[in-house]
Design a protein around this ligand. Structure first.
Ligand SMILES: Cc1cc2nc3c(=O)[nH]c(=O)nc-3n(C[C@H](O)[C@H](O)[C@H](O)COP(=O)(O)OP(=O)(O)OC[C@H]3O[C@@H](n4cnc5c(N)ncnc54)[C@H](O)[C@@H]3O)c2cc1C
Length: 384
């Protein structure tokens, strides 16, 4: 993990060492061998979340007044190392997206009610934005939340909800003004998933990731669960998603696998083949470029700026690197790359097979052409 776009301070280098040493010490084979969708893996996630909470690292990026140290670099280091060591977690939507959004637009009472629970991992959050007919075009969403006395009554459906099989709360986007124009007709809510009228069913994606379809049938949400301004939900949602997109963990996750693959090649005679070294070298260069884009986002955050298209560039790299990464592994390992996790014949914990399927994930966090549009319009100032 070398070659940064800037120099870390000696304190940051020390912190990186401390975090790496801690995760190396904690790591065990099950982190890599278990199916991430299994209950056993989820239990590891709960355990690691608890340990990070005890160490004060779980929500380190939050401002001091909310229990963090507010230093984007330390947060970036922690997140990058979490990716590199593939540290299991119950999910980061609460600490990375919902917590910062509540700090920005929630009421004082909501900050007191929700932030301590998010900081302790007690609220496990899903994001309820996408719908059967509203994905890239979120302004088209149809789920309604209609005011009735002290409650909003929610009806509609959400689709592809990550962590939906076990999250106990949802950050929900719903239409609150049926006659207002697009972008000015929806609001955000923090929804308790145990409320009556909510049903969900799992859907398995090609990459093995299990998402859910969630239906709301006259679900009554207390009025004070509205987060931010009424009918400003679209703008709050865009702001919330920007908090998440530093993305330094993802290239690190890939780099760890590439390093394991290179080591496997050295030990099994494959390293002698120039084509193998060429493929691994080209992937390493792409991953470094992706990593630098991620750190650029962290740097902008440290300057008090809110990266938008810069964060989309990190998404762009993810979508661009995924397919060639899987294809190169297949070329290097041959049919062994297809042997799944758990099979005694598998190599590298059978994870290569996952990277191959991950190459089909064009839509998670937004379609690749939509991401290109954001970069073109906001970053390069190109016309619509
Ligand atoms: C693994 C996974 C996890 C997810 N987790 C969540 C979650 O937790 N919460 C949540 O709310 N959603 C989640 N999603 C949904 C995800 O955000 C949507 O899939 C995504 O926004 C795309 O929407 P769509 O699937 O409806 O595709 P569509 O919007 O129908 O797009 C289909 C294709 O058309 C392209 N396209 C669409 N509009 C344009 C345009 N204007 N210009 C050029 N090309 C365009 C897209 O790039 C895409 O290739 C998840 C999706 C996946 C795959």
């Amino acid at each position: 993990m070398t070659c940064l776009p800037f120099q870390f301070t000696p304190e940051q280098v020390e912190f990186q060492r401390e975090v790496a040493a801690y995760f190396r010490d904690e790591a065990r084979p099950e982190w890599y061998s278990l199916d991430p969708e299994s209950e056993a893996y989820r239990a590891l996630g709960r355990e690691m979340d608890r340990k990070l909470i005890e160490k004060g690292w779980y929500n380190l990026h939050w401002p001091k007044e909310y229990g963090g140290d507010g230093d984007p670099f330390r947060y970036g280091i922690l997140r990058e190392m979490s990716g590199y060591f593939r540290v299991p977690t119950q999910g980061g939507h609460g600490r990375y997206i919902v917590g910062p959004a509540i700090m920005a637009v929630g009421t004082e009472e909501q900050k007191k009610r929700y932030l301590p629970k998010l900081a302790k991992g007690e609220l496990v959050m899903s994001l309820g934005f996408t719908e059967p007919n509203a994905g890239s075009d979120l302004a088209a969403l149809q789920t309604k939340a209609e005011l009735d006395g002290d409650h909003y009554v929610v009806n509609g459906s959400k689709l592809y909800i990550t962590y939906g099989t076990y999250a106990n709360a949802m950050f929900l986007a719903a239409r609150t003004d049926l006659s207002a124009p697009r972008y000015k007709n929806m609001s955000l809510f923090l929804l308790d998933m145990t409320l009556p009228g909510i049903t969900s069913s799992p859907l398995e994606c090609l990459n093995g990731h299990v998402v859910t379809e969630v239906h709301f049938d006259n679900v009554r949400i207390p009025k004070d669960c509205l987060i931010g301004e009424l009918n400003r939900g679209f703008y709050h949602m865009a702001l919330a998603l920007n908090y998440e997109r530093a993305g330094v963990d993802r290239p690190a996750l890939y780099m760890a696998h590439l390093e394991d693959l290179a080591e496997y090649c050295r030990q099994n005679g494959l390293w002698e083949r120039p084509r193998v070294r060429q493929l691994i070298g080209a992937l390493a260069a792409q991953l470094q470029a992706w990593r630098m884009v991620g750190w650029r986002v962290v740097y902008l955050q440290s300057q008090g700026r809110m990266p938008t298209w810069e964060a989309s560039m990190s998404q762009f790299y993810r979508k661009e690197v995924n397919p060639p990464f899987g294809r190169a592994i297949l070329e290097i390992l041959g049919p062994r790359a297809l042997i799944e996790r758990g099979d005694p014949e598998s190599v590298l914990y059978g994870r290569s097979e996952w990277y191959l399927r991950e190459g089909f994930d064009n839509h998670g966090q937004g379609g690749r052409f939509v991401t290109r549009n954001v970069i073109a319009r906001r970053g390069l100032d190109l016309p619509k």
